[in-house]
Write a protein that binds this ligand. Structure first.
Ligand code: AMP
Ligand code: MG
Length: 403
């Protein structure tokens, strides 16, 4: 009797519990995009440095414009990038462009469209309140104060904040170093495959998937279903943070990956999950490295990568929310399955009346990559579920393998 299969949520929880973020390193802001800040970052400068105008218009004293139209004498012109100019006296206005500093004495800006110019006098047609159309100094950042919190993902806005500060490098968690090994006697030389051989698509696919998940990923090539060859290939990859193998992890007579890993001292944490596709997935620790042995069927490899490996890579890279979780949706059609395994059906989703309606694709074979290419989501049917009627709620996993 083999032990009961482990449920997917429990498997993911165990993986994440053992993935601690990698050490921090300094990276240029460009290189930090998509990565996670490892420490709080303080502002190096106050931004904007001065109170400045949010509009092209006239800087005024709000008290001068209580009755409109208010005629004010235009005494100066201010452009972005200049000093704050002369103080403004009662009854005076200054022509001001967006971004120009507010002159001393002014406390509001009236947009040009709400004025009329008569020679050197401007008629203010609306009553501004103090502070109107003024961007206060320090609105975005104050020197020495918190700019970005540890755990922030450096997206475009975060990067722009840092660039605007003139900060050249930021502390981010190191990217996981990942190697992908394709195993199987059936994998031919792409330049000259023998009759009956197939070409390795899992290797490049998983390498690209790991890179998209934020890793530094390399494809380690193909390896025969041979213990000595496997041992040599695995030992050469020992220094990596994460090793992903494809195929040879099931119960066939040539499924040798797990046995070879154990002979090298790897500690298997689990093997075989209560999922379809992807049941033969194994996860082991080998020193500090995580080893994920993925099934060879391309869809199983892709689905198990998405559900288990991607969250692991993100957790290692410091992401505070590494697993996407399921979105609520409804099935558009009746569904049936046997109890026991959690099914992940490739599905397309359309949005109607604020609801995500999912329709499984007709082909669900674990080798059927074309239906994976058409799918936008995985429709989840938990272990105990045996049927769902049209309109019943279902969980949906958005697919990150879409471009
Ligand atoms: P296995 O997990 O070793 O039983 O492999 C199951 C099936 O996955 C094989 O029969 C192949 O059709 C397919 N397969 C294995 N390795 C690859 C690969 N690198 N690229 C594409 N398909 C593969
Ligand atoms: Mg095989």
């Amino acid at each position: 009797m083999s032990p009961p299969l482990l449920a997917a949520p429990e498997a993911l929880a165990r993986i994440l519990a053992e993935c601690t973020p990698l050490p921090a390193e300094l990276a240029g802001v460009q290189q930090a995009l998509g990565r996670v800040l490892a420490m709080d970052l303080a502002a190096a400068r106050t931004q904007p440095p001065l109170d400045n105008s949010a509009m092209d218009g006239y800087a005024v004293r709000a008290a001068d414009c209580q009755e409109t139209p208010a005629p004010l004498k235009v005494v100066d012109r201010l452009f972005a990038g200049v000093g704050p100019g002369q103080p403004l006296g009662p009854g005076q206005a200054v022509r001001i462009m967006t971004g120009a500093p507010i002159p001393p004495g002014a406390d509001a800006v009236v947009m040009q469209e709400r004025t009329r110019l008569d020679g050197s006098t401007v008629q203010v047609l609306e009553r501004p309140s103090p502070g109107h159309n003024i961007r206060p100094a320090g609105e975005d950042a104050r020197e020495g104060q918190l700019l970005l919190e540890a755990g922030s993902v450096i997206g475009l806005a975060e990067a722009a904040l840092v660039w605007g500060q003139g900060i050249p490098v930021v502390p981010v968690f190191r990217r996981p170093r990942v190697g992908v090994l394709s195993t199987g006697d059936e994998l031919g030389d792409p330049a000259a495959p023998l009759p009956g051989q197939i070409l390795d698509s899992n290797g490049p696919m998983l390498t690209a998937a790991a890179a998209r998940a934020g890793a530094e990923a390399i494809h380690l090539g193909r390896c025969l279903d041979d213990p000595d060859a496997l041992r040599a290939a695995l030992e050469a990859a020992r220094h990596l943070d994460v090793l992903i193998t494809s195929a040879g992890a099931s119960v066939g007579e040539r499924d040798l990956v797990r046995g070879v890993l154990q002979s090298l001292g790897a500690q298997e944490r689990f093997w075989r999950l209560a999922i379809k596709p992807g049941k033969p997935l194994a996860w082991a620790r080998w020193g500090n490295a995580h080893v994920f042995s993925l099934p060879g069927n391309p869809v199983s490899a892709l689905v198990t990568f998405e559900l288990f490996v991607r969250p692991a890579l993100r957790k290692l890279a410091g992401h505070p929310a590494p697993a996407p979780g399921e979105l609520p949706g409804r099935t558009a059609v009746a569904l049936r399955k046997a109890a026991g395994l959690r099914h992940y059906l490739r599905a397309t989703v359309s949005f109607r009346d604020g609801t995500a309606w999912a329709t499984p694709l007709p082909t669900q074979g674990s080798g059927a990559l074309r239906s994976a290419a058409q799918a936008t989501h995985l429709l989840v049917l938990p272990e105990d579920v045996t049927e769902r009627a049209p309109g019943d709620p279902v969980g949906l996993v958005p697919l990150n393998w879409l471009a």
